[in-house]
Design a protein around this ligand. Structure first.
Ligand code: ADP
Length: 188
């Protein structure tokens, strides 16, 4: 029997991760788990967590691992996620989060770790064009720098364990989606 599909997708901000996550969800029927969305919901609802993370998000910094791991752990243990599988978007973003993820999954192994590869100048242009509230020049620069200092080592952490599939993120949405589906199906 085939196990449920459990995915992690990496890609610089502006790499088209959000769009491709929607395609993955339609195709595989998995649940989208975006830590950015979870934090934005907490900020909008003005919860205790939301009040703590709001200034961090505004400045383009990373929310501390304990808080981020906590929010993911809670969501991963819910029955819909356990039965349908998931695509994690924006998590893990540090090697500490990666270790925590593998530990919390235990025997429920990841199906694939996708690295959506788009050159830096292309993502910078795309981010400037989309104009989200935390997409100030300073915020963009800080998030891109954090991607290199924290998330690239996280991708390497998975790569060292032979778990990463690199997917070329340049091309039409359909072309990129087809590459991702093929990568997931061959990792199954
Ligand atoms: P982007 O892909 O543009 O960075 P996200 O929606 O993934 O946007 O995240 C928005 C913000 O939420 C991040 O800049 C960061 O402050 C916080 N955040 C999201 N995921 C994480 C994470 N795994 N670890 C730490 N902070 C996070």
């Amino acid at each position: 029997m085939t196990d449920v599909t459990r995915l992690v997708i990496f890609g610089r901000q502006g790499a088209g991760k959000g769009t491709q996550c929607d395609r993955i969800i339609d195709h595989f029927g998995v649940i989208h788990l975006s830590t950015g969305d979870m934090f934005r919901v907490a900020v909008a609802a003005e919860t205790e967590l939301g009040k703590q993370v709001e200034p961090i998000m505004q400045s383009g910094g990373l929310v501390p691992d304990e808080m981020t791991i906590g929010i993911v752990r809670e969501r991963l243990s819910q029955p819909d996620v356990e039965s349908k599988g998931f695509v994690l978007d924006g998590f893990p973003r540090t090697p500490g989060q990666a270790e925590a993820l593998v530990e919390m999954l235990g025997d429920a192994r990841l199906t694939a770790v996708i690295n959506l590869d788009v050159p830096l100048d292309e993502v910078t242009a795309r981010m400037k064009a989309r104009g989200r509230e935390d997409d100030t020049d300073e915020g963009i620069a800080k998030r891109l720098a954090l991607y290199d200092s924290e998330t690239v080592p996280t991708i390497n952490w998975f790569a060292e364990r032979g778990m990463v599939v690199n997917v070329d993120g340049l091309g039409t949405e359909d072309e990129v989606a087809e590459r991702i589906f093929a990568a997931i199906e061959s990792s199954d």
